[in-house]
Write a protein that binds this ligand. Sequence first.
Ligand code: ATP
Length: 297
Amino acid sequence: MPQPSTLDLGPAAARDAASVDERPILQVRNLNKRFGDGCARCLAPNADFPGNRCPQCGAVMACIDMNFDLYPGEILGVVGESGSGKSTMVRSLYFDEEATSGEMLISTYKNGESNLLTESAQQKRYIRNHVMGMVYQNPYLGLRMSYSSSGNIAEKLFAADRFHVGRIRERAMELLGRVEIPLNRMDEAPKRFSGGMQQRVQISKALANNPPLLLLDEVTTGLDLSVQARVLDLIRSLRRELKVAMIVVSHDLGVIRMLADRTMVLRQGRIIEMGLTDQILEDPQHAYTQLLVHSLL
Ligand SMILES: Nc1ncnc2c1ncn2[C@@H]1O[C@H](COP(=O)(O)OP(=O)(O)OP(=O)(O)O)[C@@H](O)[C@H]1O
């Protein structure tokens, strides 16, 4: 039986599979992201060329016709080799990149009837503050390093029109306590914290307004194994307690095995396989997944 390369923590789904509601929290339909304008060759309806870079104009098709659902409280893992489109996919869902086309529906936003990708910039800001949280591999992207940790959380609460100073302080204490930042350090700036602590502050900031959906992009990459294990444990317990749905991008199958109920495999911008994590890791169907699993385990 294949074993994860770094952390041997056993399958996630068997231990804490959340009760999965019928209606997806997130539906993604035909998501496309192209870097570059494209040309007659790559924009043709049945364009066909090896890889995802147009040989004529150099445009990169980073996400091609991606379709998937995510259920409340579910963790969906995303794996694939470098350049397969993992980060571009989550960055497009969080509006860090402008998707070229497609639909994204979230059941708690306008009753799941509005395509978030075509909302106004103002609505997208609202969605990023209320409906989704993002945790980046690089904590400098998610935190203001010279603000205090409590100030980082306050910033997120302000953005959601929560201005009561006493309640903001209480909420910061609650969140930082939950991610095990000592409260006597809550007024310190994250730039003085270790990498693992910075990721924990970033997670607490992303959760400040109780979003039902959290996107995590390689959040434990580069951390020591013991620090990594603590962050992963935190993510699992948050899912259990808060029932927040998550998309977890990682090149580390140990992380995916520990966290994800289902996993999607990306190759050259396309989803080539999706299924229960145990099935993907132990009985991959697609030849590329077999290669990926065997090379990464
Ligand atoms: N700003 C950009 N301009 C042009 N091409 C880009 C840009 N960002 C990403 N790409 C291309 O899009 C494709 C997907 O990149 P992406 O970073 O999403 O892959 P990834 O699977 O996250 O890779 P890694 O695991 O190395 O982070 C790659 O071919 C990449 O070169």
